[in-house]
Design a protein around this ligand. Structure first.
Ligand SMILES: [Fe+2]
Length: 317
């Protein structure tokens, strides 16, 4: 019997131009070995690749992060993934908008376009697999039946291993300019914001509530990278896992209002954070999401402890 193979349509919004994923972020730090220790303890896979460190999740081919050596901690670049047929359109768009195209940084192979954003951050738009999810990520809150023990033993709890990068949050000098730049140039859309203090943006081809977010500061910088896990239990166990390795500083457990995810942030050796995140809202490719301006009360969380004062300090200044 002949089977008729139906081609699945690409998970893309027809007729509109926008990047589909944060392909990876790159961070310069003075001590790559410290990055290997931190991200390894967090449950990620680190691979020495020449003089750089690649950051992966278990059982996933994507390189979500790249750590290079530099005199001080500094965001090196953010790379966005685009569909192959869209790259010439992005090239035309940059030309139309008068945005200068740059050579890739020395030593970086690239099939894409390099530019600087409104803050001077280096940005790449490259042809890449869509690694932002095509559906809301699985989340469970299991409860055992009567007559059974439900909680994991501290000694026997399996190591928490995040499944994928969810988003990065950047400090910016001007949140409204950031929204405009990433909307007009990269095609991201505003998901939600709180005044001009913080803003969250999603991809038009289906993505988490935010793949990129901005918080007001007086200089650019990376505030956190966020990693998806499957349960609140994983978030708690992740926090314990990091504390056991000496990474006790952070913020959590809590639940955000904007994006709805449960969270625990762990402070890295340079004063930025890695977030365990679960059950973040999802914006399907078919939905025109209405961004809202939230009151200041909703800025940090629906519930949880107060964030420590250094949580909002930009150490890249
Ligand atoms: Fe986050």
């Amino acid at each position: 019997m002949t089977q008729i193979r139906r081609m699945e349509p690409l998970p893309r919004r027809p007729g509109e131009l926008g990047v589909h994923s944060v392909d990876h972020f790159a961070l310069a730090v003075p001590d790559i070995a410290a990055a290997e220790t931190f991200y390894g303890a967090f449950g990620l896979v680190t691979r020495q690749e020449g003089d750089r460190l690649g950051i992966y999740t278990h059982h996933h081919p994507q390189r979500w992060g790249l750590v290079v050596e530099g005199p001080r901690k500094k965001l090196h670049h953010v790379s966005f993934g685009a569909f192959e047929e869209d790259l010439p359109k992005f090239r035309d768009r940059l030309e139309t908008l008068g945005i200068e195209r740059l050579d890739p940084p020395p030593g970086f192979e690239s099939n894409g376009l390099w530019l600087r954003d409104h803050d001077g951050n280096l940005v790449e738009i490259r042809v890449a697999e869509k690694v932002s999810p095509d559906a809301k990520s699985a989340f469970e809150n299991p409860s055992c039946g009567a007559g059974l023990r439900g909680a994991p033993s501290r000694l026997k709890a399996p190591k928490v291993r995040p499944r994928r990068l969810s988003h990065v949050l950047l400090f910016t000098r001007d949140v409204m300019k950031a929204i405009a730049f990433y909307r007009d140039v990269l095609g991201l859309r505003l998901s939600d914001r709180a005044g001009d203090i913080i803003a969250f943006m999603h991809g038009i081809h289906g993505s988490d509530h935010h793949m990129l977010a901005f918080a007001k500061s007086d200089a650019p910088g990376l505030q956190h990278s966020s990693w998806d896990v499957g349960s609140i239990n994983d978030i708690g166990c992740g926090a314990v896992q990091m504390a056991a390795k000496g990474f006790t500083a952070g913020w959590g457990l809590g639940r955000h209002v904007v994006g709805s995810n449960y969270f625990h942030y762990v402070r890295d050796p340079w004063g930025s954070y890695a977030e365990y995140s679960a059950d973040i809202d999802y914006i399907p490719v078919t939905q025109d999401w209405e961004g809202e301006d939230h009151p200041g009360e909703d800025l940090f969380s629906a519930w949880g402890p107060e964030p420590p004062p250094e949580f909002v300090v930009n150490y890249e200044k």
